[in-house]
Write a protein that binds this ligand. Structure first.
Ligand SMILES: NC(=O)c1ccc[n+]([C@@H]2O[C@H](COP(=O)([O-])OP(=O)(O)OC[C@H]3O[C@@H](n4cnc5c(N)ncnc54)[C@H](O)[C@@H]3O)[C@@H](O)[C@H]2O)c1
Ligand SMILES: [Zn+2]
Length: 362
């Protein structure tokens, strides 16, 4: 059953595309899509989504050119995976008309996206995100890539999909920890652009944590619309607008790298948001009351609010210096002025950043 499906458009001229959001859209929506008429399809899916993937491939019938399963989780997002994908694509004799379909979380989406951006110098891709992180964030906006041993997302390309299918029914099987990590990105969307979304999270958190269908549909649609709007206005992070999406990610990425991925991306971002919020109180007049609301919401969501002391602040800082958000050797931050509004590109002295990371350990 398909409850209130919505269509959100990412407006990018000739690269515009739709995001279909609803519960129960799969598997039918793909085989019925005019975009896939006469196109050989190459399916790249998370192993855990085997059942759903089989329903989808069955519906595609003779259009299925090949399929490959990957393991979810950060270790799959590396160059070695690309070799496997390129070989499988060659065996499936894909041509320029072929379409890639990525079914899974952000790891599958980023890896399949980079594959689609580079194989035969670019194939169209449809994203079918199945984690909250992927539905509200990674499947939208065209950022694709893999990690290197020396850093996250260091190799990649911008490659917009031709369609994104967000079926919130897929979230039912998502483990609680992964779900909460996704909520970190939802909270982020509220802080950077939407105080109403933030208020709704505060008010209805219990039903959201229970994965109430109507509540989920509302927040996922809202986040997709925010991301679509930001990407439409600054596709390649050139004007600084898209950088608002990095709120909490400057320190967050440093923590993620220093923790050697034992923390989930969203968990590191939750800590990074608290760090950014502390800096915002000092630098961009973010009211103490708003900081307390953010801290409280993160805590009630079940996300970490304290950085374990085993992660050394100096190492986190070192990892931050390697990140792409560092320009001319200067750390730059997205800081909040109030809930729903942020400023980008704010330089912050390393000594103050270190002090803030230490504060996260108290
Ligand atoms: N491209 C972007 O703009 C962007 C934005 C945000 C995050 N990311 C990237 O996304 C990645 C994190 O994404 P993620 O959290 O989705 O990771 P993931 O793809 O590893 O998924 C998390 C876990 O959930 C499992 N899973 C996926 N769907 C499931 C389902 N429906 N039911 C049960 N289990 C399921 C996976 O197997 C995995 O174990 C990071 O690499 C991050 O850098 C990219
Ligand atoms: Zn993120």
């Amino acid at each position: 059953v398909n409850h209130n499906p919505a269509t959100i458009t990412v407006r990018l001229g000739p690269r515009s595309y739709n995001i279909a959001v609803g519960k129960g859209l799969l598997p039918g929506i793909l085989s019925r899509s005019p975009l896939l008429r006469d196109r050989p399809c190459f399916v790249i899916a998370d192993r855990k989504l085997h059942t759903l993937t089989c329903q989808i491939t069955k519906n595609l019938g003779s259009r299925l050119a090949g399929s490959l399963y990957l393991k979810g989780g950060e270790p799959s997002k590396q160059m070695g995976t690309m070799g496997k994908l390129y070989e499988a694509a060659a065996r499936a004799r894909l041509d320029r008309r072929s379409c890639v379909i990525a079914i899974g979380g952000g790891v599958i989406g980023d890896a399949a996206g980079f594959f689609a951006a580079t194989y035969l110098r670019g194939l169209p891709i449809i994203h079918v995100p199945t984690t909250l992180v992927a539905q509200v964030d990674s499947a939208i906006g065209g950022k694709t890539g893999v990690n290197l041993p020396s850093g996250k997302n260091l190799v990649g390309a911008f490659h917009q999909p031709m369609l994104v299918v967000v079926d919130t029914a897929t979230l039912t099987t998502l483990p609680a920890r992964e779900f909460r990590a996704g909520l970190a990105e939802v909270i982020k969307s509220g802080v950077i652009a939407d105080s109403e979304l933030f208020g709704r999270l505060e008010k209805n958190l219990t039903s959201i944590l229970r994965k109430d269908a109507a509540e989920l549909a509302w927040i996922v649609k809202r986040c997709c619309a925010i991301k679509a709007d930001v990407v439409s206005r600054d596709e390649r992070e050139l004007t600084g607008l898209r950088a608002i999406l990095n709120f909490g990610h400057t320190i967050g990425h440093g923590i993620e790298a220093a923790a050697k991925y034992s923390l989930l991306h969203g968990e590191a971002v939750a800590l990074g948001m608290i760090g950014a919020s502390l800096l915002s109180m000092r630098i961009s007049k973010f009211p103490v009351k708003e900081h307390d609301r953010l801290l409280d919401l993160i805590r009630r969501t079940g996300l970490p609010t304290r950085l374990p002391v085993k992660y050394k602040p100096a190492e986190i800082l070192k990892a931050m210096r390697l990140d792409k958000k560092v320009a001319n050797g200067q750390l730059r931050f997205v800081l909040a002025t109030k809930i729903g509004k942020v400023k980008t590109g704010i330089p912050v002295a390393e000594s103050l950043v270190l002090e803030t990371i230490r504060e996260l350990q108290r």
